[in-house]
Structure formats: C-alpha cells, structure tokens
Design a protein around this ligand. Structure first.
Ligand code: FAD
Ligand code: MLT
Ligand code: ZN
Length: 504
C-alpha cells in the first residue's frame, strides 16, 4: 500500500474575519464595566482574565470565533477558572450582576454553541484539565471537564483502558464539551452514547450552586437521573466541572479496512454483512462518497495520504474491528472479506486492509479529514442528521439536484459522509466562493423539512447551538419543547447561561 505519514487530526487554523450569523437581538443583560472586571480579576487573579487591554486581538478571537469561522462574538473578557469553587464564584457574581456567560471547552463545536453571540463573558474550562482518579478494577475515571479528549485517552491507555468516545477533534475538544454536546463520533456503534457511559457529573448552576452528582456507580436508581440533565444541554443548564466515566478495556487487536462500493445499496449490504460476519469485534462502520474523498485528497496533497485504490468509486466504507485476540479477529475479517467480495454482484468492488498502524491512521485520515478539508475549501453549510438507513443518501442526491437546477453546482459542492453504523449522515455543501445567501436559501429550511418528513432528526450529534433553535420544532414535539423551557426557567431564571442557544 502506498500510504505514508500523517498530519495531526485537527489542523491549526488561521482565525478568519467574519460577521456573526445570528440575528438574535441582545438580551437585557448588563454590560461588563470596570468595577465588574476588577471584581473578576480579584476572584481569579489578573492573568486568568483575558481582556483587550492585556492580549492581542488574535488571542481574543480564538475564544470569540468558532472553528469553522462562521460565527463571531465580541466578548471582551475570557475567564479562566482553575477550580469548581472559582466557577461557582464567577456564576454567583454574574447572576447577581445579570451578566451573560458562555461556557467553553475546546471550541470545536460545529453549531456555534461555544462562542458568544453578542458580548457574553466566555468561561473557559481549559485550566481544569486534571484526571483525579481511576479505579483500575471498574475502569471508572474521575476527570475535570477541561481535560482534552486525546490526553484523557492517552492517560487511560497507560492503564489498559480507553475513552468510549473518539472523534476527529480529539486533540482539541474537551471531555466536558463532549458531555455538554453528548458527542457521538467514531466509537458510538460499539460503545454507545455518553448518556450511557457518563455515570456522574459535578456541575455549577447559574446562581453558583454546586450540584454534586459525581456518582461512580454503574447502577443507581435513587430518583431522577440528574447527570442526564447536563449531558447534551450545550451549556444552557449548568457548567460541567467534573465527570465520572465508565471506560472499556483498551482492545489489544485493531484492524482497519477500507472498501469501495458501486452504489449506496452496496454500501448498505456491506454494513449488513459486517454485522453478520464480524459480530462482537465490529467497532466502527463509517462511509464517504467520492466527492468527500476528493476534498480530503486535495487538502492532504503532499502529506502522504493518498487514494489507496487504483480506480475511483462512488462510495467508500471504512470498517474497524477491535478485540482481544488478533488471530481470531483477522480470521473473522477474512471470512467477511470473502463474503463481501464473492458472488456475481459483490457488495464491495475493491479494498485494502491496513498492514500496520501508520497505514491504519492514514485510512482513518481519509474519513476523519473530510470536515477539515471541506471547511478549508470554502464556506460550509453543514447538516448533521439521523435518517432511516435506506433513505440516508437520497438526501445528498436530491441536494445535488437542487443545486444543479439552480445552476450553482459548479461552485456549491455537496458531499455525503458519516457514521453509517449509527445511520448518521453528514451532508456538507461547500460554497467555493465563500458565504452565499442564494445557496443558503436553497438549503434551508428545505433540508430540515425533508429530514422531518422522513422521520429523522435534524441534529444527530452536533447539537442545536445558535445554528438551529428555529428548527427545533421539526424534531421535538410542542410538549417536549415546553418542558425544556420549564427546565431552563427553573434552573436559570435570569437566562444568563449560554443565551440565544438551543431554545429560540
Ligand atoms: P465547545 O466547542 O467548547 O462547546 C460545545 C458546547 O458545549 C457549547 O454549547 C458550550 O457552551 C458547551 N460546553 C463546553 N464545555 C462545557 C462545560 N464544561 N459545561 C457546560 N457546557 C459546556 N462532534 C461529534 O459529535 N462527533 C464527531 O465525530 C465530531 N467530529 C468533529 C470533527 C472535527 C474536525 C471538529 C472540528 C468537530 C467535530 N465534532 C464532532 C464537534 C465537536 O468536536 C464536539 O461537539 C465536541 O464535543 C465539542 O467539545 P469542545 O470541548 O470543543 O466544546
Ligand atoms: C465527523 O463525523 O467527521 C464530524 O461529525 C465532523 C463533521 O461532520 O464535520
Ligand atoms: Zn460525525
């Protein structure tokens, strides 16, 4: 195989100069004055409050602008607490003074939830990054919210465990941000959701109260499941400060294979065969179309990441197996390959199996690199949806047709990829000429309505943020949204926590 070295998962990014896309008017919050600033500096120490007086504009922009460069706030104070008590003191004071606050982890969120819309204070958890304890019998880890996912995983690896979550932003995103977004990612098929794996949460409420639900028990039916309130709440109900997570044993043998298919029907057959033949060792089934792969190959030119196959195909499926016995897993994989490549109308047309870790990482890069490659190429309209598997790719095809009918297909390029094993499609439309309102008008609300009619979800894993509050009703009933509002009003009566997000 001709695959070579790799670049880090998340390329560093030049901060762009954009206008905020949110149209929400500023709420009736107080503005930060010199007296409040002095108080916050006293609480945290002056070096842990970043303001335009002390740091370059570029440094402030890192916290004010999202990773894609689509949304930009104008916060003039970035608060960097080191302890739960400091988070508590900040929120108590902000609540008293009616100052709005945006909790922020690694700022890799894709729906604009992690950046201010107006001048909210940014509460960065990045200094709270310690692993506090690991029970090596149960695999339960206790960790501070600002710990970077990859660093936590590396720590666990030393003890034979792993985080039951992996995603392309692992080198930058934080475990608290992952829980706050209920991130899905690449291990979901095997290990399930963070809702199942996070056992306990310590969180600070809007008024500064610390809620200790930091349980480290697999089973506990003593009333309401409070940690669940914070998981997936995108920083609108409380600030997560610590978590306990049930971590699986790290697999000893991992195989990666990359297959080409001639149609989406063949992609589905490949998945079905993988489930039947690989059973308990199957750990990921991801897919990309050719358009997505072309973006990655262009972006990675010169890095050694190349198309591993001689010919081009319309679809690709990446399969990972993880187990405890390498020989047993390889045998299974080969039996699967025989079944997938045999008969007249074989499920897969061609494929490669990684021979070593470098090749394995390069194959993963073809899939993990799509987001970065498309964002680098232009302005991306991103849709992250759950759909019944047989209908998943229809949405990409109809989107292409719409772009063609409008005569914009030369500059607005659609690609489909995602977590096939979880029926989670990522539909990206990259406008090569930059932000284009004509393209946006074609896509929204059409995409969301299409998904709703197909009984899908308008957000499979990225959340709602400031991007989709107006479309929430397409995936949630009126009564469900009403209960969400009641919860928000009860837990954060002044609405200071991440305003303008999730609920419009
Ligand atoms: P941030 O972006 O900082 O914040 C995200 C949200 O959580 C915001 O609403 C913020 O207010 C809130 N928040 C952050 N920390 C806390 C806290 N401690 N307490 C309360 N609220 C908090 N997502 C997936 O689900 N699956 C993927 O496969 C995936 N792949 C990605 C690949 C790339 C290249 C990139 C750039 C992003 C990807 N994402 C993916 C999106 C993103 O990485 C996840 O949403 C991640 O969980 C965000 O973590 P973060 O620490 O960066 O949070
Ligand atoms: C992915 O699966 O690659 C992520 O969710 C990021 C994205 O969709 O851009
Ligand atoms: Zn994803």
């Amino acid at each position: 195989m001709r695959l070579g070295s790799l670049r880090p998962a998340l390329h560093s990014r030049f901060w762009r100069h954009v206008q905020t896309a949110s149209t929400a008017p500023r709420g009736r919050f107080a503005a930060l004055g010199s007296e409040e600033l002095r108080h916050l500096k006293q609480l945290l120490g002056p070096s842990n409050v970043l303001t335009p007086e002390e740091v370059e504009r570029e440094d402030l922009l890192r916290y004010n602008q999202d990773w894609m460069g689509k949304w930009e706030g104008r916060s003039s104070a970035i608060l960097k607490p080191a302890t739960t008590q400091e988070v508590s003191a900040i929120l108590k004071y902000a609540n008293e003074k009616n100052l709005a606050v945006v909790p922020q982890g690694g700022n890799t969120g894709l729906v604009g939830g992690s950046v201010p819309v107006h001048d909210e204070l940014v509460l960065s958890l990045l200094r709270m990054n310690q692993v506090e304890a690991l029970d090596t019998l149960s695999g339960i880890v206790t960790v501070e919210a600002g710990c970077v996912l990859e660093q936590l995983d590396q720590y666990l690896a030393k003890h034979g465990f792993m985080v039951p979550l992996d995603l392309g932003a692992k080198g930058t995103c934080t475990i608290g941000g992952n829980a706050a977004t209920n991130a899905g990612g690449l291990r979901y098929l095997r290990y399930g959701s963070l809702r199942g794996n996070v056992l306990g949460v310590e969180a600070v409420l809007a008024d500064g109260q610390v809620v200790d639900s930091l349980y480290a028990l697999r089973k506990d039916n003593t009333g309401y499941g409070l940690p669940q309130l914070f998981i997936g709440s995108e920083g609108t109900l409380g600030v997560i400060t610590k978590l306990t997570i049930l971590c699986p044993a790290r697999p000893k043998a991992v195989n990666i294979a990359f297959f080409a298919c001639s149609s989406f029907e063949h992609v589905q057959r490949t998945f079905s065969l993988a489930r039947q033949k690989l059973g308990e060792v199957l750990s990921a089934v991801e897919f990309c179309d050719r358009s997505a792969i072309d973006f990655v190959l262009k972006r990675e030119a010169g890095t050694g990441v190349r198309d591993p196959l001689e010919e081009t195909y319309p679809f690709y499926v990446l399969i990972e197996t993880s187990g405890s016995d390498g020989e047993h897993d390889s045998e299974k994989l080969h039996r699967f390959l025989e079944a997938a490549m045999s008969d007249g109308d074989a499920a897969v047309q061609d494929g490669v199996v990684a021979a070593d870790e470098t090749q394995a990482r390069a194959l993963w890069r073809l899939r993990e690199g799509v987001s970065d490659a498309m964002t680098t190429a232009g302005y991306v309209y991103k849709y992250d949806v759950s759909l019944p598997l047989p209908r998943m790719y229809e949405l990409v095809e109809e989107t292409r047709q719409k772009l063609q009918e409008a005569g914009v297909e030369a500059t607005a390029k659609a690609a489909g990829y995602g977590h096939l094993g979880d029926a989670n499609l990522h539909l990206n439309v990259t406008s090569l000429t930059g932000r284009d309102d004509k393209v946006l008008e074609l896509l929204e609300p059409w995409v969301f309505e299409w998904v709703s009619k197909a009984n899908g979800s308008i957000s499979a894993e990225h959340g709602i943020g400031q991007c989709k509050p107006h479309f929430l009703h397409l995936s949630k009933s009126e009564s469900a949204v009403a209960l969400m509002r009641t919860l928000k009003a009860t837990m954060d009566p002044k609405g200071i926590l991440n305003p303008y997000k999730v609920l419009a």
